[in-house]
Design a protein around this ligand. Structure first.
Ligand code: PLP
Ligand code: COI
Length: 356
């Protein structure tokens, strides 16, 4: 295991006074974890140092060629005051898959857990106590080669920063409006859609901005080949209740394999519900909207948790789902998932990893 040096901060920041006003990703804690990688030495120089700017050479490949991957997970405060993580090994493994796609070095699962856990232990006081709030953990790997040549990384930096957060959407658990995007695509076959890399998000911002101007929280992406199959939402996977069945797009190389998605599927199946992972044509969705078979829709992701979709727009038409209200399956998923995450409910799936 990497040894981790600790550099003490001269002064600590005050904790946020009002946990109902955290927003998402605007406040950062006192420390961050870093480790360096080079082709000759592998991973080395693990350290926890005061949070602050990173010294980066202006030619660093992360700045020019988007040589970057990241992760997102959360630490939760239990009712007994302890702190726990939700399925962190899944994030470690997905980061390895993302790094492989971007020709960045993979950080072994045990090292990922070790660095994240040590940092959370140090910053334990920053894990919020308020309902709906948590400590968002953002690990990342940057390509730091100091050259303008385009090639696989020879040098890289792993980092972890922490941010106490409330809900991702201003709406909280109130249903959001989503616009089905018909022009831009997020990912293509053979591309990087399944990897959690910054480039995917850069390319998504134009459509998201236009949707926001029209009053929608995010876009629903269609596949990049035919623009016919539903893929996912901006920062969430997506699920629909069509009659008695729950339907979610089957994973392809253009969809991010969400950990919340996987957990929802496991939860729903454990409750005896039928969940279909299959290609979902947008026409089928529209028919179901028009015919009343689409009873509920929600997005699922770490930042947003479970986000009910109350309005869905396609072309000039806007459809309301479940009268614009959260549906019973969506509500029950939210309650069960957040209950397990916060230690209010038992964890029969072995998803929780205590930090202290
Ligand atoms: N899809 C995209 C594009 C995302 O950014 C996210 C968020 O991480 C997800 C899906 C959901 O993934 P997870 O549940 O692992 O957070
Ligand atoms: C997450 O849910 O962790 C995300 O990645 C969303 C992020 C892009 C804000």
């Amino acid at each position: 295991m990497l040894s981790i040096q600790i550099e003490k901060a001269a002064k600590l920041k005050p904790l946020p006074p009002d946990e109902s006003q955290l927003g998402f990703g605007r406040i950062f804690t006192d420390y961050m974890a870093l480790a360096d990688w080079s082709r000759e030495r592998g991973w080395h120089h693990g350290r926890i140092i005061p949070f602050g700017p990173l010294p980066l050479h202006p030619a660093s490949t992360c700045l020019h060629y988007a040589a970057e991957v990241f992760e997102g997970l959360k630490a939760y405060r239990r009712p007994d005051g302890g702190v726990q993580l939700f399925r962190p090994r899944e994030n470690a493994r997905r980061m390895i898959a993302s790094a492989e796609r971007l020709c960045l070095p993979a950080l072994p699962e045990e090292e990922f857990l070790h660095l994240v856990t040590r940092l959370i232990q140090k910053e334990e006081a920053w894990v919020p106590r308020a309902q709906g709030a948590s400590l968002y953990i953002r690990p990342f790997i940057l390509g730091t080669d100091e050259t303008l040549g385009v090639h696989a990384a020879e040098r890289a930096l792993f980092g972890v920063i922490l941010s106490p957060v409330g809900s991702y959407y201003r709406e909280g658990l109130r249903p959001v409006g989503i616009l089905i995007e018909e022009k831009d695509v997020r990912a293509v076959r053979g591309g990087t859609g399944y990897a959690k890399c910054g480039g995917n998000y850069a390319a998504s911002i134009r459509a998201g901005t236009i949707a926001a101007e029209k009053g929608y929280s995010q876009v629903l992406w269609l596949d990049g080949v035919e623009r016919r199959y539903v893929e996912e939402v901006g920062a969430m996977n997506v699920m629909f209740k069509l009659g008695d069945r729950i339907v979610t797009p089957a994973l392809t190389d253009s969809i991010l394999p969400g950990i919340t998605r996987k957990s929802c599927i496991e939860l729903l199946r454990s409750q005896g519900r039928e969940v279909d992972e299959r290609p979902l044509p947008v026409d089928e969705l529209i028919d179901a909207l028009e015919g009343g078979a689409l009873e509920e829709a929600w997005g699922c992701g770490t930042a947003a948790v479970i986000s009910p979709i109350g309005r869905l727009a396609y072309g000039q038409q806007e459809y309301e789902i479940n009268g614009g209200r959260i549906g019973p399956v969506t509500q029950s998923l939210y309650d069960t998932l957040t209950g397990i995450q916060r230690g209010l409910l038992e964890d029969p799936f072995d998803w929780i990893v205590p930090v202290n």
